[in-house]
Ligand binder design. Structure first.
Ligand SMILES: [Zn+2]
Length: 214
């Protein structure tokens, strides 16, 4: 049942990735060839830092997405996804990194900065990225359900909205996607085990009564 469109970015992103993982959706060779030309050493290096931030999200039990905000060769902020722990639907990795960077430089605009994030930004984050006038966004895995850099919509392609930001997608895509898939696989396994344990417990408590002869 799908009712009216519900804008619930964090959970729908999670669900879409879970779905993608379950269905083993893989980008076509053609898509990869188009989207991932030679990845520079610099992009690899900063994406690796974003991946490390994503692991902080995993450690906190959140969907593992991480981001770093870079000016020149300096990382001025990092962020990891934690909407559940923060009770904050806007606590996506990108938003956290943007807020921290803006505070660090005491400017709500961050021209000339680059944002590296392990997952394709959603519409909320794309909007914030544009408001901050980020020069370039580099993302890893694609999000087939809520990606706003071409997977579902391409917010940055609209010249009426975007005058500042270029986008590079698919950097360390396989690695970034693998971290998300393993997270959801672990979560499904834990859920199965919890259900099995609950069934076993119910079975044990039922057994003595039902086994007693009348
Ligand atoms: Zn987002």
């Amino acid at each position: 049942m799908s009712g009216p469109l519900t804008v619930c970015v964090a959970s729908s992103a999670s669900e879409s990735l879970e779905l993608a993982a379950a269905n083993s959706v893989a980008p076509s060779a053609e898509a990869l060839a188009v989207s991932t030309p030679a990845v520079s050493e610099r992009d690899r290096r900063f994406m690796a830092l974003a991946q490390a931030a994503a692991e902080q999200a995993r450690a906190a039990g959140e969907v593992p997405v991480g981001a770093v905000l870079v000016r020149g060769d300096e990382v001025i902020a990092t962020g990891f996804n934690h909407p559940i722990g923060a009770h904050d639907p806007s606590a996506h990795a990108e938003m956290v990194a943007l807020r921290a960077a803006a505070l660090a430089v005491e400017n709500y605009r961050l021209p000339g900065c680059e944002l590296y994030v392990t997952l394709e930004p959603c519409l909320m984050c794309a909007g914030a990225i544009m408001h901050a006038r980020i020069a370039r966004v580099v993302f890893g895995a694609r999000d087939p359900k809520t990606g706003a850099c071409g997977s579902v919509v391409d917010a940055f392609a609209n010249p009426q909205l975007n005058h500042h930001t270029s986008v590079t997608g698919g950097v360390l895509e396989t690695e970034c996607g693998a971290a998300l898939k393993s997270f959801f696989a672990d979560r499904r396994r834990a859920s199965r085990e919890a259900r099995a344990a609950a069934r076993a417990e119910a079975g044990e408590t039922d057994t003595p009564g039902s086994a007693e002869p009348l």
